[in-house]
Write a protein that binds this ligand. Structure first.
Ligand code: SF4
Length: 236
């Protein structure tokens, strides 16, 4: 599909003007209405994923939800993906997996992360998600400004260099709002949160964090890497 970058740029401007300070629910509803049939949520079913998934389920339980199953996730995440999907009544959660032939060629021993986390994330996350989102005008993420210094300027609606729209309904929310929403709706927590993991990815690249650290400090700890690549522009 050829993305209409000019049209999406105009939409981003219009939607930010209308909704940059709106509630996450209003932003999410506006996004789903703006891109009917051409939008999906991307969820890691991680520590804070239940909030956005619950909001989506209140609007439309059939909204597509893309879950990147890298093959390196914690067993607790896979269990949580199943139980939370069922609890929220979401009917279209899709497991997005790396291409088996590419895995066999590039990471036959499942240890590429030891020598190149960038290559491993590209193989297991970026390429599989690109293949699915290429047919979309927009996708929704759970990113928030407070999560890390690198996300401090996150907009509610963003235009990627590829011409697609990324929607961040929770950009304005802090931990207090997330906790209050979770408590109000009695949302189940990811099992690893209780063990000090405020941000949860693949098991080789995720550690618990200390009190006062960025929520994402336990991701690729000890390296310069802060993002897996799915939120980094790849346009040439
Ligand atoms: S987070 Fe780690 S294990 Fe997961 S895809 Fe990236 S480098 Fe590989």
């Amino acid at each position: 599909m050829v993305v209409d970058k000019a049209r999406n740029a105009a939409k981003v401007e219009e939607l930010n003007a209308l909704y940059r300070a709106a509630s996450p629910q209003t932003v999410l509803r506006a996004a789903l209405e703006a891109f009917p049939g051409k939008i999906a949520l991307v969820s890691s079913f991680g520590a804070e994923s239940a909030v956005l998934l619950h909001m989506a389920a209140q609007i439309d339980k059939t909204v597509p939800v893309l879950f990147i199953e890298t093959g390196m996730l914690f067993g607790q995440t896979l269990d949580y993906r199943k139980s939370l999907t069922q609890a929220l009544g979401l009917t279209d959660v899709r497991d997005i997996r790396p291409d088996p032939a590419e895995l066999a060629a590039n990471d036959p021993k499942n240890d590429l992360y030891k020598t190149s986390t960038d290559a491993c994330c590209d193989l297991r996350k970026v390429r599989p998600l690109d293949a699915v989102t290429a047919g979309l005008d927009a996708w929704v993420t759970g990113r928030k400004r407070f999560q890390a210094a690198t996300r401090a300027n996150l907009a509610v609606f963003e235009l990627t260099d590829e011409g697609q729209v990324k929607v961040n309904p929770l950009a304005n929310w802090g931990k207090a709002e997330l906790d209050a929403y979770t408590a109000e709706h009695q949302l189940p927590a990811h099992p690893l949160v209780a063990f000090g993991y405020p941000s949860i990815g693949c098991w080789p690249c995720t550690q618990p964090v200390e009190e006062g650290q960025d929520a994402r400090a336990g991701r690729w700890a000890g390296s310069e890497k802060t993002e897996c690549g799915i939120h980094v522009s790849r346009a040439s």
